[in-house]
Write a protein that binds this ligand. Structure first.
Ligand SMILES: [Mn+2]
Length: 243
């Protein structure tokens, strides 16, 4: 087995509780041969949100990024008043009960990174926006580490609302290429890989000259509008990183 650092990256877009489709999509990619990055939103929609989280956590050579749906679930876990809202966006009560019974899983979720930068200059994040910049407190710090530190702090301090606001906007990079350029420059990255805003292609959708690639191909049969639900093939959400 090769050392994890030298393995080629495999990217996994939004799973939304569809563990069966996730397993099928990962079948061509043995865990020992890939460095797997899950882009977040493993929960809500399908029946196996917590199952998907545990699988991703335990898959060898893997990194899991925080999605806005993990934030919403942690919020509902801490504040019962939020359960109605969370169920409105696909939250599954049995998953919340499962999470309630598993403090180590809660702890692991609260420490998930929001951003990841690979050595070759690819930035990975769940949401396709630059609103993560709202989390930059210490301007002198490395922005990736600073956003991750602030995300952990906010989840520890019960400020899920701030994270939710930062991670919710959809399609910002697609609509505003200049914001994409500025974000890449600020994060010292050449391109960004994200989920969160479903595309309609058969493979991950690159746009703005390949400076952004969307891996949310609508994998889950249980999430999104009727026209989108489960319509993306496995390869639209799970694929190696190009180049
Ligand atoms: Mn999302």
């Amino acid at each position: 087995m090769a050392a994890a650092a030298s393995l080629p990256p495999l990217i996994v877009g939004d799973v939304h509780g569809d563990l069966e489709r996730l397993f099928a999509a990962l079948r061509p990619y043995p865990a020992t041969e890939w460095k797997t990055v899950f882009l977040g939103d493993l929960v809500d929609g399908g029946p196996f949100g917590v199952g998907a989280l545990r699988y991703a956590r335990d898959r060898p050579n893997s990194t899991v990024l925080l999605g806005n749906h993990e934030v919403a679930m942690l919020w509902a876990l801490r504040d019962r008043q939020r359960i109605g809202f969370w169920m409105g966006i696909g939250g599954q009560l049995h998953d919340l009960q499962e999470l309630e019974r598993d403090p180590p899983l809660q702890e692991w979720m609260r420490r998930l990174p929001a951003l990841l930068r690979l050595d070759e200059g690819t930035l990975l994040q769940h949401s396709d926006n630059d609103n993560y910049a709202a989390l930059l407190e210490d301007q002198a710090a490395d922005p990736v580490e600073e956003v991750n530190r602030m995300a952990r702090t906010l989840l520890a301090e019960g400020r899920e609302d701030l994270l939710w606001d930062a991670m919710s906007p959809v399609g910002v990079f697609r609509r505003q290429p200049r914001r994409l350029d500025a974000w890449l420059e600020r994060l010292n990255a050449r391109r960004v890989v994200h989920g969160h805003s479903p595309h309609r292609s058969r493979q991950p959708e690159a746009y703005h000259d390949g400076k952004a690639i969307c891996y949310d191909g609508g994998l889950s049969r249980y999430y999104g509008g009727r026209r989108l639900r489960g319509r993306g093939g496995a390869g639209a959400s799970v694929a190696p990183l190009p180049e």
